[in-house]
Design a protein around this ligand. Structure first.
Ligand SMILES: [Zn+2]
Ligand SMILES: [Zn+2]
Length: 298
């Protein structure tokens, strides 16, 4: 008997909401003030956004005021920056100072007693000229983070890679349960918005519900492709999209085991798979990435 554990149960009961969790403003090295950045996302029909300046936490109070003014949900956040690989603090109830001991930072955000609320996403792991802003060794050593940016929009115009799918597959193959996020990391006044986003299935459009759904993996990451349905059977998985032109099914470790040249795919889980995930390719360089489906046997 195999068992497929996944975050996509009862999707029909929720709404799909689209958001970016990583954006900068004039408070750190962004080129626009918060109101201008938020208005840009609101104009594009986004449902939620996190302003995550470097080592500056946007508070729940600020977010509530911005939400009222702009009509999209603002989620408190911070990009822990100084002294090491960058970590996104999403849904921050209070500020956590950067420290060179990144495990201590993760513990303060996601640990038990007195934690600072929210969760941690490792930012742009494959940016910089060595394609290694966050080495796999650190991600293997750390515990308690929720996910990694498998796509970071702004990393695409700097040295290194905007994608970190290879590191994600390594972690998943080693049994780590980490989610894949796609974010803009918007800085510039032009061209940095609507590069990558997360589409969350949640029963209500509040910051708490969105953060809870993200933490539970109830979302997919996208740079342009829309997923419409996920069906999981005893040993089968079916993915339906609106606009994919090809869908690849992958398993440990990054191995493609099935492909469909169309908008949907149905696969039987291979006997030696410990996880399965799907990459949905659309027009140009657009993708949607499902979260992993974890396979256990008894
Ligand atoms: Zn960064
Ligand atoms: Zn950033």
């Amino acid at each position: 008997m195999i068992r497929i554990e996944h975050p996509y149960h009862d999707l029909a009961g929720g709404r799909w909401l689209r958001g970016n969790l990583h954006a900068h403003t004039l408070r750190s090295d962004g080129e626009r003030g918060p109101d201008e950045v938020i208005a840009d996302y609101a104009r594009r029909g986004y449902d939620f956004l996190a302003i995550t300046d470097h080592d500056i936490t946007t508070t729940a109070e600020e977010c509530a005021a911005w939400t009222a003014a702009h009509g999209l949900v603002l989620i408190p956040g911070n990009e822990v920056t100084a002294g090491g690989p960058h970590l996104l603090h999403v849904g921050a109830a209070r500020h956590v100072e950067a420290h060179t001991d990144r495990q201590a930072v993760i513990d303060r955000i996601a640990g038990g007693d007195g934690n600072a609320g929210g969760f941690v996403v490792v930012n742009h792991p494959s940016s910089h000229a060595n394609f290694d802003q966050c080495p796999i060794a650190l991600m293997r050593a750390w515990t308690g983070y929720t996910g990694i940016e498998i796509f970071n929009g702004v990393a695409g115009r700097a040295d290194g890679s905007d994608y970190a799918l290879n590191k994600w597959d390594m972690l998943l193959a080693e049994g780590r349960r980490v989610w894949g996020f796609a974010n803009d990391d918007a800085h510039a006044a032009e061209g940095d918005v609507e590069l990558g986003w997360n589409v969350v299935n949640t029963p209500s459009c509040t910051p708490e519900a969105i953060v809870a759904a993200l933490r539970a993996g109830r979302f997919y990451a996208s740079t342009g492709v829309t997923i419409e349905a996920v069906h999981v059977g005893d040993d089968t998985i079916r993915i339906e999209t609106r606009d994919a032109q090809r869908i690849n099914a992958l398993m440990n470790t990054g191995r493609r085991f099935a492909r469909s040249d169309g908008r949907a795919i149905q696969v039987r889980v291979p006997a030696d798979a410990t996880y399965v995930r799907f990459e949905c390719w659309g027009a140009g360089e657009s993708f949607a990435w499902t979260q992993p489906f974890f396979v256990t046997r008894s």
